[in-house]
Design a protein around this ligand. Structure first.
Ligand SMILES: Nc1ncnc2c1ncn2[C@@H]1O[C@H](COP(=O)(O)OP(=O)(O)O)[C@@H](O)[C@H]1O
Ligand SMILES: [Mg+2]
Length: 398
């Protein structure tokens, strides 16, 4: 019997549209000899939809028509699989819209990639590809990522964080302490966004203030760190789990500005939405990166160590900042569900997109089997003789 793979994309995130592209790329690349493909789109207000047309990028050119043709569903666990039930249910007729064996989350950003969707899938008891709840959550928070990597002895830039509340209470003191700690230029980022949204470079106190305001309009905490000079960015993808880790060839994204922005990442080849040359795969890059073999080895080894330190699984992309003159190298961030699932990096490393997805699905079932062998219930008779001093629970409280 073919395995049914539910491909999840969309979600309430600034990377919603990019996720649609990544998700559809995955739908198109799955080997249909082995799998039935079930696209599940999560709207910006968190509603789940499905429909055959939802696996086709053309459908999203007119979102209104796309949703009118779609079926809104709820997810219900059923004998180790998940059933998609039409919502609201029809009084007559069949409300079972589909069922799946394994989930393939291709979501980017907050409210989905940060462990929330993984938590839902975990609760439903279904295997899913990629990072688990904790590694996804760690990867989404730029400060938490640094803390874990630093503890593991891996190179990250020092930083400070500031919450919106702290900043409004004592703006001057905070700006002073940042200036005492670091020299300009600085980089200011929202703690948990992606796609370069809300990130800016500050060369003085005035631009630092504007940059913190901007970052805090996207997230409740901002992260401030020194800007790496003579910047070269190097990305490397990692595939596997704690038992077996492989690293891809490295890429060097080419920026049009001082920082790699949204436009560089997704709009440099916007005419081919959903095709092989769109989403993160359209970025201008050097592939393989034009770096010495010594540096490449170092990046690949650090990428593998970071993957293990964060407890990752599946395919991730780890991004580095390198000062070309001084040779310093820092791990900048981890993308636990990288744009286009980094298929172009694996393609260049001898693993095509369909095999990459085969690997992800294999790892999902492996983790699921391993977790099932753990004990999650504890038989107890604690409730049989219980008395709460006469309290009757919630009965009669309304
Ligand atoms: N410390 C830094 N020094 C110099 N440039 C940086 C630094 N941090 C980020 N950048 C630039 O900003 C871009 C986006 O930052 P990043 O931390 O990767 O956020 P995102 O999660 O939005 O991709 C990077 O690709 C790089 O071009
Ligand atoms: Mg980045």
């Amino acid at each position: 019997m073919k395995i049914t793979v539910a491909v999840f994309f969309g979600g309430q995130s600034v990377e919603h549209e990019v996720s649609i592209i990544s998700g559809i790329q995955a739908c198109c690349a799955l080997n249909t000899d082995k799998y039935n493909v079930l696209p599940i789109y999560i709207s910006k207000d968190g509603i789940f939809y499905t429909g055959d047309h939802m696996g086709d990028i053309e459908s999203y050119k007119n979102m209104k028509t796309c949703l009118e043709k779609a079926v809104r569903v709820v997810l219900v666990p059923q004998d180790g699989r998940v059933a998609l039930i039409r919502y609201p249910i029809k009084k007559l007729g069949n409300n079972l819209v589909g069922e799946f064996d394994v989930a393939l989350p291709v979501v980017h950003g907050t409210n989905v990639e940060d462990g929330t969707l993984m938590g839902l899938l975990e609760t439903l008891g279904v295997p899913y590809t990629g990072c688990d709840v904790l590694s996804s959550a760690l990867g989404m928070d730029k400060y938490a990522t640094k803390a874990v990597l630093k503890q593991a002895g891996l190179p990250v830039l020092d930083c400070v964080t500031v919450t919106g509340r702290q900043y409004t209470q004592d703006e001057d003191a905070i700006l002073n302490s940042i200036e005492e700690r670091f020299n300009y230029p600085l980089i200011i980022k929202p703690i948990n966004l992606g796609s370069s949204v809300g990130i800016s470079l500050a060369a003085d106190r005035l631009s630092l203030k504007a940059a913190i305001d901007l970052a805090l309009s996207f997230a409740s905490r901002a992260l401030i760190e020194p800007a790496v000079q003579n910047l070269r960015e190097i990305n490397c993808s990692v595939l596997g789990d704690a038992d077996d880790v492989r690293t891809s060839v490295c890429e060097e994204p080419v920026t049009s500005n001082e920082i790699l922005d949204y436009k560089d990442k997704y709009l440099s080849n916007a005419g081919d939405a959903g095709g092989e040359k769109s989403g993160m795969s359209s970025l201008k890059r050097r592939l393989p990166a034009d770096i010495s073999s010594v540096l490449e080895e170092k990046v690949r080894s650090l990428a593998a160590q970071a993957f293990l330190a964060l407890g990752c699984s599946g395919v991730v992309r780890i991004d580095f900042l390198n000062n070309k003159e001084s040779d310093e190298i820092y791990i900048n961030e981890i993308n636990t569900i990288p744009g286009s699932l980094s298929f172009y990096l694996w393609d260049a490393s001898g693993i095509n997109f369909a095999s990459l997805l085969d690997n992800l699905i294999r790892l999902a079932f492996k983790r699921h089997r391993e977790r099932q062998s753990l004990t999650f219930t504890y038989e107890t008779n604690i409730l049989s003789g219980i008395s709460l001093g006469g309290a009757k629970g919630l009965k009669g409280k309304a």
